[in-house]
Design a protein around this ligand. Structure first.
Ligand SMILES: [Zn+2]
Length: 278
């Protein structure tokens, strides 16, 4: 069972996707399940986990509807306002759909570098366990030390780090990132996605060799039981085809035990989010 642990859908509009600037013109169109299904099938994936891209409850409901009609969308990581005093009632309504498996907040874009530790936000996170929901940590490398303080507070909450915290692949200055990743990986309730890495490389001329040192650290720190492949489609398309990214990870995995390969390609995602396979 191979699972793409991180992808997005959207109906494009300039107003709602203002972060898609001219350099990302390839993303200025609709990306819907029928587009992704072809990529998944041609690369041996049986399903995917769809992740929020806008911070609205409407988008989460829409993703859950898509997951209802496409069985291969195995789970949805949605958004709720975790800082809201009525976060429990929002979660209660959304978890009527069994496809909601986690939530995410776009923490990387918050002006406060210590946003993860704001009391209102912490209160919201503390509600997730009751609803059996995981939390996706979307941050930049600079936030890694704060993320360790954050995860330390919730030893029973399931966390997954998105995109390896966006490492400095372009500059290759690995040290600060590596230190932060190794510290964070000490928490056994934290998994990590191998996704979003090509976007951190030079889009026009990256080579797999520039990414391999970061994968080496990820495998050393997390081991093969807590890593999961994700495409970050369609965002990956600014720097690579779906095929090329999958190829980078699969080539790297040739150096791992066969059972480790299957875990990274799907088993870990299934276990982490407790996905029901149709
Ligand atoms: Zn993404």
């Amino acid at each position: 069972m191979h699972i793409d642990a991180h992808q997005h859908f959207w109906i494009y509009s300039h107003a709602e996707y203002g972060w898609i600037d001219d350099s990302m013109a390839a993303l200025r169109r609709d990306f819907l399940p029928n587009h992704l299904q072809l990529e998944l099938e041609s690369h041996g994936f049986h399903g995917s986990v769809a992740v929020q891209a806008r911070q609205t409850p409407e988008e989460t409901r829409w993703l859950l509807e898509l997951a209802e009609s496409s069985k291969w969308i195995l789970g949805v990581v949605g958004w709720v306002d975790l800082r809201s005093p009525d976060v429990r009632s929002q979660l209660k309504a959304l978890t009527r759909s069994p496809k909601l498996v986690g939530v995410r907040h776009i923490v990387q874009s918050e002006p406060d570098d210590r946003f993860l530790l704001q009391p209102d936000f912490l209160r919201g996170i503390s509600a997730l366990e009751e609803f059996d929901l995981a939390y996706d940590i979307l941050i930049y490398t600079k936030h890694l030390p704060v993320a360790a303080e954050f995860v330390q507070r919730f030893p029973r909450q399931r966390f997954v780090l998105d995109h390896l915290a966006k490492p400095p692949i372009k500059s290759g200055n690995i040290d600060f990132w590596e230190q932060g990743i190794r510290r964070l990986a000490e928490f056994p309730n934290l998994f990590c996605k191998l996704s979003g890495l090509v976007t951190e490389a030079d889009w026009l001329q990256w080579e797999p060799e520039q990414i391999v040192p970061f994968l080496d650290v990820a495998f050393e720190a997390f081991g093969p039981d807590r890593l999961m492949i994700g495409s970050d489609w369609p965002v990956c398309l600014v720097a690579a085809s779906y095929a090329r990214w999958v190829e980078v990870v699969k080539t790297y995995l040739l150096g791992q035990q066969p059972e480790s390969r299957d875990r990274v390609l799907g088993g870990n995602a299934q276990r982490f989010w407790r996905l029901t396979i149709p």
